[in-house]
Design a protein around this ligand. Structure first.
Ligand code: APR
Ligand code: PHB
Length: 394
């Protein structure tokens, strides 16, 4: 048996991209259906990054899904960059005319959006399998999938591929249309949640000859920490004692103490940069990780996903309500300007802060020179600050 459904925008993926898009479309009076392969509890507990640019937190607040973020998120006016034990504060508030970041876990954003969509009568189908976009090069695209033991066809006017890097939608763009740009980094991050009060009020990004370390936070009782490891490293080689030992060495700074506690979650992720061009084909529009990946050092993944769908929602509103298609035609071109700016920033931060395993002596000398420049130049600190809090949406 096959069940038929209809909507205006069929959205694949219930991460930040798919959910913010569905929410913004609802605000514009445009109907959408979100199809997600995982369960609701899986997406709501998947630990990811947690930094919202000023523009991202403004958007969530202004569109009515920011209440818990405002109550539980932490507003930060700066971050610390540390080189060999010496900490340098990048003061966002002064350098960017009062712009800030909010530290609030991605899965909390996802929880807030799912409940907002469901409360508003929206359709988010979890555990949808075999999700396949069809006919995106024509006027009547559809998405086929299985849900609750039944085959479904979702007819729609537009398909939004918000299904992350390993999703299916990008594959619907013919290979002769698509150009991919990619860089793999020779290191990964071992990320962990520790049940201990954060030892810092603001993030600390530390370069140390043994490798990069990052101290972030989630709540007054929960710290989020990362260390640079080999991307192929086996997590079994990292018992909690070894992790703390390494964090103590890499984050050490005179007069400062790192408090330890039980590690409640840990995982290793490889780091890469990736962009596909164009981000659209026919009636298919890609957004977020489906179209691009940034290494996490710039804290940009979720923000870039939110920026894409903000542009897409505006363009769809112009098209559905006013028959004006120029925003949709230029969607990819519009997004890619920001995507490449953010690629540059994320790459710069990554190469500034990590120990490069090749031990290329020239590259290491240039890296040290750049670190000294960051530590001493107001111009360089200004550049980092304005990129970190996020440039305004063009
Ligand atoms: N069918 C249905 N859903 C799918 C499929 C599929 N074939 N493939 C993937 N998905 C779902 C995933 O389970 C996931 O929930 O798409 C969703 C994509 O969400 P994210 O990976 O969170 O991507 P995005 O919404 O673009 O948000 C980008 O996520 O990976 C982080 O660092 C990244 O912070 C950034 C953010
Ligand atoms: C996080 O809090 O998880 C975090 C913060 C900053 C980053 C990456 C991750 O650059």
């Amino acid at each position: 048996m096959t069940a038929n459904m209809e909507t205006q925008v069929g959205i694949v993926g219930a991460g930040p991209a798919g959910l913010v898009l569905s929410h913004l479309l609802h605000k514009e009076g445009i109907d959408s259906v979100v199809l997600e392969q995982r369960s609701r509890s899986y997406v709501e507990t998947r630990v990811r990054a947690g930094v919202l640019e000023q523009g991202s937190s403004d958007l969530l607040r202004e569109t009515g899904v920011g209440a818990r973020m405002l109550a539980e998120g932490a507003v930060h006016e700066g971050v610390n960059l540390q080189f060999d034990g010496e900490r340098h504060r990048i003061d966002f508030a002064t350098l960017t005319g009062g712009r800030r970041i909010t530290v609030y876990g991605q899965q909390e954003v996802v929880k807030d959006l799912i409940s907002a969509r469901l409360d508003a009568g929206g359709t988010v189908l979890f555990e949808a399998t075999d999700v396949t976009p069809n006919g995106v090069d024509g006027e009547n695209p559809s998405i086929t999938f299985r849900h609750d033991g039944t085959d479904h066809v979702l007819g729609c006017q537009v398909v939004a591929g918000c299904d992350g890097f390993h999703g299916v939608c990008r594959g619907a763009i013919p290979t002769d249309v698509l150009t991919e740009f990619e860089r793999e980094y020779p290191f990964g991050w071992l990320g962990m949640l520790a049940s201990v009060a954060p030892s810092t009020d603001e993030l600390i990004y530390a370069f140390h000859p043994r490798g990069f370390a990052l101290h972030s936070l989630r709540s007054p009782e929960l710290s989020r920490l990362y260390i640079q490891v080999d991307p192929h490293e086996d997590i079994a080689n990292w018992p909690d004692e070894r992790i703390w030992e390494e964090l103590q060495i890499r984050l050490a700074s005179p007069g400062w103490t790192l408090h330890e506690g039980p590690i409640v979650e840990k995982a290793i992720t490889a780091m890469r940069s990736y962009v596909c061009e164009p981000m659209q084909f026919g009636r298919l529009y890609l957004a977020g990780d489906a179209a691009h990946i940034v290494p996490p050092t710039g804290a940009k993944g979720m923000n870039l996903a939110i920026a894409d769908v903000t542009i897409l929602a505006r363009a769809l509103a112009d098209w559905f309500h006013r028959g004006e298609g120029s925003g949709l035609d230029r969607y990819s071109e519009h997004c890619l300007k920001r995507v490449w700016r953010v690629q540059d920033f994320s790459n710069t931060m990554t190469e500034l802060m990590h120990v490069l395993p090749e031990r290329d002596p020239f590259a290491s000398r240039v890296q040290r020179a750049r670190q000294r420049y960051v530590a001493t130049s107001a111009a360089m600190q200004h550049t980092i600050a304005e990129n970190y809090v996020g440039l305004p949406l063009a």
